[in-house]
Design a protein around this ligand. Structure first.
Ligand code: AMP
Length: 170
């Protein structure tokens, strides 16, 4: 399976100068979709996972499926103001300004083994902020995994303390 064949580059989306990695052709093809899910599951091997944390919004495609396959719970991390119950927040820098992510305070118990999943690892700010949220609640980040890693942005350097795996590298 050549998964790259199902990833579409969209130039200048959402803003000029960005090459957006569009995974919808992969989601649209059952073989590619299944293959990607299996690759992510293979990364986990026999590690015990209590919670899979997925980031809004494209982390939500795979994180719940990974959770079900791993007999774990799913936890959404969302942009500020979207989660209805009590939350904690973590802000991280963007090229211009900042963004804030939130998690429900009761979503993770102390000592939970946590898998963090998103579609793309770019500069690493999103994943780093998510790991901090997990740790603030006493969770242990066992792995961060991604469909795609943009190596040239060196996001991995922000995740040095964690095992980090990606299916495709650009
Ligand atoms: P970052 O915090 O820079 O690692 O950005 C990661 C987040 O932004 C992920 O949730 C991705 O979905 C999204 N993202 C960043 N760059 C791209 C890209 N070139 N193509 C698709 N999604 C991207």
């Amino acid at each position: 399976m050549n998964l790259e064949d199902y990833i579409r580059d969209i130039k200048d989306f959402p803003t000029a100068g960005i090459v957006f990695k569009d995974i919808t052709p992969m989601l649209n093809n059952s073989e590619a979709f299944q293959y990607a899910l299996n690759e992510l599951l293979n990364f986990i091997q026999d590690k015990k996972i209590d919670k899979v944390v997925g980031m809004e919004s494209r982390g939500f495609f795979f994180a719940p499926m990974l959770a079900l396959k791993l007999n774990a719970g799913f936890v959404p991390v969302r942009k500020e103001g979207k989660l209805p119950s009590k939350t904690i927040s973590e802000s991280y820098g963007l090229e211009y300004g900042k963004d804030t992510l939130q998690i429900h305070v009761d979503a993770i118990q102390k000592g939970d083994a946590v898998l963090v999943h998103d579609d793309v690892l770019a500069t690493g700010g999103t994943a780093e902020a998510t790991c901090k949220l997990v740790e603030q609640l006493g969770g242990i980040v066992v792995q961060c995994n991604f469909l795609i890693e943009l190596d040239f942005l060196q996001g991995r350097t922000k995740l040095k303390s964690y095992e980090t795996k990606s299916i495709l590298h650009y």
